[in-house]
Design a protein around this ligand. Structure first.
Ligand code: SF4
Ligand code: SF4
Length: 198
């Protein structure tokens, strides 16, 4: 059996140095987080769960271009675009995101997708409680990612603001839905059930 090459002095000093670290830590201020009883306040620009944003009248900003999916290094985003029609309009332009999924089992919250989005449809919130017990529940669908309705919004699909075009929406000329705007009847296949594609 070979003998250790460690000098006998070091054999004694190393454990003492190790206990020294423990001893010093005993007198430091404790940093126990009382989570989840006390919620941690994140930095304002913390990268948390994503959100699909709306225009001020409630139409969706996503145009289904898939640039976010191509920018994602973890292949966590799945998008299927579709054409708007006058009878069923989800966004002011030609196309919208019919299916949108983010797989939080893959996402590393790097933010490259939101940088790639040309319409600022995709941003990130400060929400970080994303853990769950099944892989399926970690795949967030469009229904879960789409922003809620604020004052003056009507849920999509609905008609474009009268007299406005897509460019006007991006110029900030549409500030709320037109009087009398009603939600259209959705006939295309949406994302009612979770489709495990991502
Ligand atoms: S935050 Fe990063 S990893 Fe997550 S979906 Fe966006 S690009 Fe992909
Ligand atoms: S979120 Fe942005 S980048 Fe992704 S499909 Fe929609 S418009 Fe394109």
């Amino acid at each position: 059996m070979s003998e250790s090459s460690e000098p006998s002095g070091e054999k004694f000093q190393n454990p003492v140095a190790g206990f020294g670290v423990t001893f010093k830590a005993m007198f430091k201020k404790r940093l126990t987080e009382q989570y989840p009883e006390t919620q941690k306040v994140t930095a304002p620009r913390f990268h948390g769960r994503h959100q699909l944003n709306r225009h001020p009248d409630g139409l969706e900003k996503c145009v289904g271009c898939e640039l976010c999916a191509w920018a994602c290094p973890a292949d966590a985003i799945y998008v299927e675009g579709a054409d708007n029609t006058d009878e069923e309009r989800y966004s002011p332009g030609e196309r919208y995101g019919r299916v949108y999924q983010i797989n939080y089992a893959r996402c590393i919250l790097c933010g490259l997708c939101i940088e790639a989005c040309p319409t600022r449809a995709l941003t990130m919130t400060n929400e970080f409680e994303l853990a769950n017990t099944t892989r399926e529940s970690l795949i967030y669908t469009k229904d879960e990612l789409l922003a809620g309705l604020e004052e003056g919004m009507v849920d999509s699909p609905h008609a474009i603001f009268p007299g406005m075009d897509e460019q006007d929406y991006y110029r900030g000329l549409v500030t709320e839905s037109a009087p009398g705007t009603e939600r259209q009847v959705a006939v295309s296949k949406g994302e009612t059930d979770k489709e495990v594609d991502a």
